[in-house]
Design a binder for this molecule. Structure first.
Ligand SMILES: C[C@](O)(CO)[C@H](O)COP(=O)(O)OP(=O)(O)OC[C@H]1O[C@@H](n2ccc(N)nc2=O)[C@H](O)[C@@H]1O
Ligand SMILES: Nc1ncnc2c1ncn2[C@@H]1O[C@H](COP(=O)(O)OP(=O)(O)OP(=O)(O)O)[C@@H](O)[C@H]1O
Length: 297
């Protein structure tokens, strides 16, 4: 028997970052929006824990126990005194190390899939606890939709999103390491007082009413200067998307994927075509939001 779970990518429509905490993490006001680019995680009973991965970026995905999907299976099995003997296949469509929570998606997907395969019937809150242990973005991958993440981003309050938003994601060559981007944020703010992160009322209102123009005016990412400092060429991608008529542009999370909000699906396709023609990105993907969280298919 096999179980397959589909899990979306995310974009952070607001990422407000506070100062470094004693544990090395940063307090956030992190407004997550799930977008319709998906990984599919399939688990099948096996003699040992093994992983395979397919998709254009499969060669960049670790197939050992550092893979977040393997760590999820192990964490769930350990809680129930089981052996994590399962084959995990990841059909990967989310850019790797792109700031779109691809690894987190696979962690949440494997958790839900193993829970079903092993007939455990874990509650939502048990699953969310394990997600939070696995990584700051993993709880949101399970929940999807739109949510405010506080603490290090793992404590979620679900948000209303009143309409569909249309995005283009420009995939960059090579990834960026999330810890390296946070370290660059610290370097850029050394000696300065960093204010406590707060969710923007204007942004939450734009999400609630489904107003793309208002959302465009409210998008912010405090990690963007750090990502641009590490990868200056991303400025050219941001400029190309704006020149092609996007309502707004920003770096997605820790980058290097850049995100462009557009008025319509047609507008998104035009911006994607122009981005590809500009030669400033490796691929341009069109996707709508909000998308459902992890779901069995
Ligand atoms: C940039 C975002 O993707 C925005 O949603 C997340 O904040 C990153 O979440 P993630 O990849 O799940 O990150 P984790 O696996 O929890 O942490 C990886 C590393 O990122 C840094 N990190 C992460 C989250 C946070 N609130 N503060 C941090 O400083 C820490 O150096 C940490 O060691
Ligand atoms: N299932 C997985 N898929 C992709 N990368 C994984 C996975 N498990 C572990 N990794 C490791 O995690 C690193 C970050 O990959 P990931 O695609 O999750 O980055 P990201 O989208 O930038 O993450 P986030 O947006 O949550 O900060 C990869 O370089 C890889 O070494």
């Amino acid at each position: 028997m096999s179980v397959t779970v589909r899990v979306p990518a995310k974009v952070n429509v607001q990422l407000a970052v506070g100062g470094a905490r004693p544990d090395g993490f940063h307090d956030l006001a992190n407004v997550f929006l799930a977008v319709g680019l998906y990984d599919e995680v399939t688990v099948t009973a096996a003699q040992a824990l093994t992983i395979t991965c397919s998709g254009p970026d499969a060669d960049q995905v670790p197939l050992d126990r550092t893979n977040l999907a393997a760590r999820a299976a192990e964490a769930l099995a350990a809680r129930h005194g089981l052996s994590p003997d399962v084959h995990i296949h990841i059909a990967k469509d989310i850019p790797v190390a792109g700031g779109m929570a691809g690894g987190s998606a696979d962690g949440a997907g494997a958790l839900l899939a193993c829970d079903a395969l092993w007939g455990l019937g874990s509650s939502r809150s048990e699953l969310l606890d394990i997600c939070a242990e696995l990584g700051s973005d993993v709880p949101f991958s399970l929940v999807g939709g739109a949510a405010l993440g506080t603490g290090r981003g793992e404590r979620l309050t679900e948000l209303e999103a009143g309409g569909e938003f249309h995005w283009v994601f420009a995939v960059a060559d090579g990834g960026l390491s999330t810890p390296a981007v946070y370290a660059e944020f610290d370097r850029l703010h050394a000696g300065a007082a960093v204010p406590a992160p707060v969710a923007s009322p204007a942004l939450l209102a734009a999400l609630r009413t489904g107003d793309a123009t208002a959302l465009a005016g409210a998008l912010t990412n405090d990690l963007q200067p750090a990502a641009l400092s590490l990868r200056p060429v991303l400025s050219a991608t941001l400029e190309s998307g704006m020149a092609a008529g996007a309502l707004a542009s920003l770096v997605s999370g820790s980058g290097p994927t850049t995100a462009f909000l557009t008025k319509s699906p047609e507008g998104a396709r035009q911006v994607a075509d122009a981005l590809l023609r500009s030669g400033t990105c490796r691929a341009a993907r069109v996707a709508a939001s909000p998308a459902r969280g992890a779901v069995r298919v």
